[in-house]
Design a protein around this ligand. Structure first.
Ligand code: FAD
Ligand code: NAD
Length: 568
């Protein structure tokens, strides 16, 4: 049969007359299908055909999945870009009859609250001296130009204009919080005048509810000379200052008539604080040197040096032991000097004095001449937070920040909540904690609004009970159902933090990750694959599609052209 079919097929192919000069007719569904090869003769081929057709099927499925995912990705990206470019039309205006919610800050805590809250339930007022949200995890990359700073900024105006109801934004510092009279004093942060003695605009805002999310400031522990001589790394201007200073030191060191000692000093960067900020910055700077500076300014190659100073016995103290060892090994291989058990005591304009504990327990003072000093020793309480704490008796025992209860209400107050780095909780001061707290509060405010609404409805229904006697039964049922929903809306759940893990970049395209899995236990990993995970995790966490695309483009740009070595 198969032979006959084959013969028929072959003979059809071989003998069918082709009309001269006529185009080959297109295949139509009516045309006979090509016969399939079957029979004992093809027995040996059978398995191969079967498996190749299965491979073909898999390939087809894989292609379809890829194709559909790519299509869905393009559609999602396009929609997100469209949304970013088009603010909500007919945004609801503010309603003076509603409660006023004042949110201080535009960081991780405040912005995730803003994202979650239904602004039509309140008159929302945001106060922050920074009119954008900053994606801090990629800030160390801005110091060397791996990432351009605008790629990790998201304007607060855009966030507000994407909400259902309008919110007000003031570019200002909160200077005083009167929690008893429910008034915040704010001072204009916009500086239009060159005249420093020009009066600064102040305003008082009344609130029903207040959320304090002002973050923290850099700690210096009052160590002499730090504030005047060090660079910090918390905000965009800090990263820009470091980037300028790196190039200043390098260009100055390239002056021919400099003494050897001065050259070495200028090319020595000291990073104080072996927490994640210090480690990530040191790693980024060493990458900059290895990948770019060395190439374009070879004169500096032999004297360029990065030293990381940490008071504790090891860097990244919050990571697991094996990752600490891996980080220290990797950084040493990258030629970053790590000085542990070394506590900086004093800083002058060109020298750092530190107390080092030797192996035998004795101490010695080490002097480190430096060109650039980056100070990354963690957080301290902001003046506005400290001032609020000093007014509340229940806060007198706190040193690290505002004490809050399990609903994030500031202890000793009513209607005042706090999120993020300005609080003192059992959690580390991280973006992860702040954003989860903000998200929780957004939900809590939505729930409170729902409870208020139901309460009013129940009240109104109760009033109609006597006026509509015919409808009594139906109204009573309605009241009961609403009262049930009201009880549910009023039963608030406390805040619960879910730790997703910690990630840190350690240089030369390596990262470490302590990732939580199944809610329990940790998975510790480090290396190049972790670096890819680090990158994909951070891109996915960027605030908007615009941020995600810009960050990816920055990485591609650096891969293709290297980092820019010109000073801004
Ligand atoms: P912030 O995000 O600091 O925001 C505070 C806001 O308050 C700002 O908008 C500020 O302008 C505003 N503000 C300040 N003073 C006033 C005032 N007087 N009135 C009104 N507003 C005011 N955490 C992680 O989990 N993962 C990371 O990878 C990570 N990387 C980091 C890298 C760096 C370089 C740094 C510095 C921190 C990093 N963190 C990371 C920590 C994380 O950034 C903070 O924990 C987080 O920003 C805290 O959020 P927040 O909302 O409390 O404060
Ligand atoms: P940190 O508090 O984590 O670390 C500061 C380090 O400085 C400490 O290890 C401390 O021992 C050291 N130190 C303090 N005084 C010193 C002195 N005089 N001399 C030498 N060393 C001294 O601070 P950080 O790295 O700025 O981080 C702040 C917060 O932000 C932390 O909660 C951190 O987890 C978070 N963060 C996380 C990431 C990440 O997950 N990738 C990145 C940056 C920051």
């Amino acid at each position: 049969m198969a032979r006959q079919a084959l013969a028929r097929f072959n003979s059809t192919k071989a003998t069918a007359p082709k009309p001269p000069m006529a185009p080959i007719p297109p295949k139509t569904p009516q045309q006979p299908e090509q016969p399939k090869f079957k029979g004992s003769e093809e027995g040996s081929k059978k398995e191969g055909d079967w498996s190749s057709s299965r491979t073909l099927r898999y390939l087809k499925v894989a292609w379809r999945v890829t194709y559909l995912s790519a299509l869905a990705g393009v559609a999602y990206t396009s929609y997100s870009i469209y949304q970013t470019r088009h603010p909500v039309e007919n945004q609801l205006p503010q309603d003076p009859s509603k409660k006023t919610l004042v949110i201080l800050g535009s960081g991780w805590g405040s912005v995730s609250l803003l994202k979650k809250i239904d602004t039509s339930n309140y008159n929302v007022i945001v106060v922050s001296p920074r009119n954008f949200f900053l994606f801090t995890p990629l800030l160390p990359s801005c110091t060397t130009g791996t990432i351009e700073h605008r790629s990790i900024m998201e304007p607060i105006r855009g966030i507000i204009r994407s909400k259902k109801a309008n919110a007000t934004y003031y570019e200002a510092h909160a200077t005083n919080i009167d929690y008893e009279n429910r008034v915040v004093t704010i001072r204009e942060a916009t500086d239009l005048s060159d005249d420093e003695s020009a009066p600064v605009d102040e305003k008082q805002i009344k609130f029903d509810y207040l959320v304090v999310g002002v973050g923290a400031q850099n700690s210096t522990f009052g160590i002499p000379g730090v504030q005047e001589n060090a660079c910090f790394l918390k905000e965009i201007p800090d990263a820009q200052k470091i980037r300028r200073k790196v190039m200043d030191c390098i260009e100055a060191a390239s002056f021919k008539n400099l003494e050897d000692e001065d050259r070495k000093r200028l090319l020595h960067t000291v990073v104080v604080g072996g927490g994640p900020t210090g480690v990530e910055f040191a790693a980024e700077l060493q990458d900059f040197f290895e990948d770019d500076l060395k190439k374009w300014i070879p004169d500096i190659a032999k004297d360029f040096k990065v030293t990381l100073v940490e008071a504790l016995p090891n860097v990244l103290p919050s990571f697991s032991k094996q990752l600490i060892d891996y980080t220290e090994r990797t950084m040493k291989a990258e030629k970053i000097s790590i000085l542990t058990k070394t506590m900086v005591k004093k800083v002058t304009k060109d020298t750092i004095f530190a107390e080092a504990t030797k192996a035998d327990g004795t101490k010695e003072i080490v002097e480190m001449p430096y060109g650039l000093l980056v100070w990354a020793t963690g957080n301290a309480v902001r003046p506005v937070t400290r001032d609020l704490m000093s007014k509340i008796p229940a806060q007198q025992n706190s040193r690290r920040g505002l004490l809050v209860n399990e609903y994030l209400v500031v202890e000793g107050t009513e209607g005042v909540w706090a999120v993020g780095d300005c609080t003192a909780t059992k959690y580390a001061p991280t973006a992860q904690v702040a954003s989860q707290q903000g998200y929780y509060l957004g939900g809590l405010f939505n729930q409170l609004a729902k409870a208020d609404e139901l309460e009013m409805e129940v009240k109104a229904l109760k009033a109609t009970l006597d006026t509509e006697p015919d409808n009594r039964q139906a109204v009573a049922t309605d009241i009961e159902s609403k009262a049930r929903r009201l009880r549910r809306a009023k039963s608030l759940l406390p805040f619960e933090y879910s730790h997703q893990g910690s990630l840190a970049y350690i240089g030369s395209e390596r990262a470490v990750a302590d990732v939580a899995f199944w809610g329990e236990g940790n998975f510790a990993t480090g290396g190049s694959l972790t670096f890819l995970f680090w990158r994909s995790a951070y891109v996915s966490m960027c605030f908007s599609m615009r941020n995600k695309l810009l960050v990816v483009m920055d990485w591609l740009k650096v891969k293709m052209f290297g980092r820019d070595v010109s000073r801004e």
